[in-house]
Design a protein around this ligand. Structure first.
Ligand SMILES: [Mn+2]
Length: 328
């Protein structure tokens, strides 16, 4: 049975041709990878190998803990530079080539597959679909297009990509197609229950303590509609956590009906970063863009210059303005 697919896409066809006609691939995604980055990358690497091709998955940073038990995760090479003979680099889930933070990719024929708004078309082939809930949905189309069987390895990687990038099917990017793909994934013999447990129930007590510390430090602004969270090196140290453990914590204040957006200041010695989440039509990607960052309407991020106090007031005011604009 074929899915009620989107109209055949010339760019998808070009990407499929580029993949079919080449043999040795690097498969890359963005630095500080999330579930969509890793899931898309692993599924792509498996699919290419299933076609008898060579594929080397590379990542600038270690994979998040909940991805490390996925088939093929141990084979991902952690590196900041790629060299060697490859016919193409498949770059997934990256709005710009710089997002990989991996040097040397630009020497290859680049196949750019991404769902972020504002992708810079950096590839030799560019297949962009902003309507995809996850880059994993696009990789599913590639797997189908290449006539690669949906193995358990591919299906589980794609499920983690979609599960995490939709916030467990809660975000505004979910479409009927998302469920069509997930139905096919479940039919391929992987267990959504097991995969959800792997993503959401393999944390540690330290993360619970960090959660407590962050929520007790939460401040409310913009008439109670903007929750502001803070984390720094001391809080990580005292709870026995690493930055890996921050994953997902920013979403917790959204459980309150009154909270429309969340700003998380990650105040670390080596970097000052801000993540923003929002509900519904509130556009926090536009806020991030004014600080040189990016993301999606409901999830974005950017780096800040110190001093933090001055910058913090400005960011919170900007997010509060976005909440006003999006609530009209
Ligand atoms: Mn994504």
């Amino acid at each position: 049975m074929t899915l009620p697919s989107k109209t055949p896409d010339g760019a998808l066809t070009a990407a499929l041709d580029a993949l079919r006609s080449r043999r040795r691939f690097i498969v890359a995604s963005h630095a500080r990878p999330d579930g969509d980055a890793v899931g898309s990358q692993l599924a792509m690497a498996h699919a290419l190998r299933d076609l008898g091709k060579e594929s080397l998955a590379v990542s600038r940073d270690p994979l998040p803990p909940y991805c490390r038990s996925l088939p093929g995760a141990a084979d991902v090479s952690i590196t900041s530079r790629v060299t060697g003979e490859f016919d193409a680099a498949v770059v997934l889930e990256c709005g710009s080539l710089a997002r990989t933070e991996i040097a040397g990719l630009d020497r290859y024929f680049v196949i750019n597959v991404d769902h972020h708004i504002g992708n810079t078309n950096y590839g030799s082939v560019n297949w962009l679909d902003e309507s995809a809930a996850a880059c994993g949905e696009m990789v599913f189309d590639i797997v189908q297009g290449l006539c690669v069987p949906l193995t358990a390895e591919i299906a589980s990687a794609l499920y983690v990509a979609i599960l995490t990038d939709t916030g467990s099917f809660q975000h505004g990017n979910v479409t009927p197609r998302t469920f069509d793909i997930c139905r096919r994934i479940a039919a391929a013999g992987v267990s959504p229950t097991d995969l959800a447990a792997r993503v959401y129930q393999q944390g540690n007590v330290g993360k619970l303590r960090l959660t407590g510390a962050m929520l007790s430090g939460m401040a409310l602004h913009g008439g109670g509609r903007v929750a502001v969270l803070h984390v720094d090196d001391r809080m990580l140290r005292e709870s026995g956590c690493t930055t890996d453990d921050l994953d997902g914590l920013i979403n917790l204040p959204l459980a309150a009906a009154d909270v429309r957006a969340v700003v998380l200041f990650k105040d670390f010695e080596d970097q000052l970063r801000v993540s923003v989440r929002s509900k519904g039509s509130i556009d926090v990607r536009a806020v991030a863009a004014t600080y040189g960052g990016g993301g999606h309407r409901n999830a974005s991020g950017f780096s800040l210059q110190r001093p933090l106090d001055t910058a913090r007031r400005r960011v919170v005011a900007d997010v509060a303005a976005a909440v006003d604009a999006g609530s009209m």
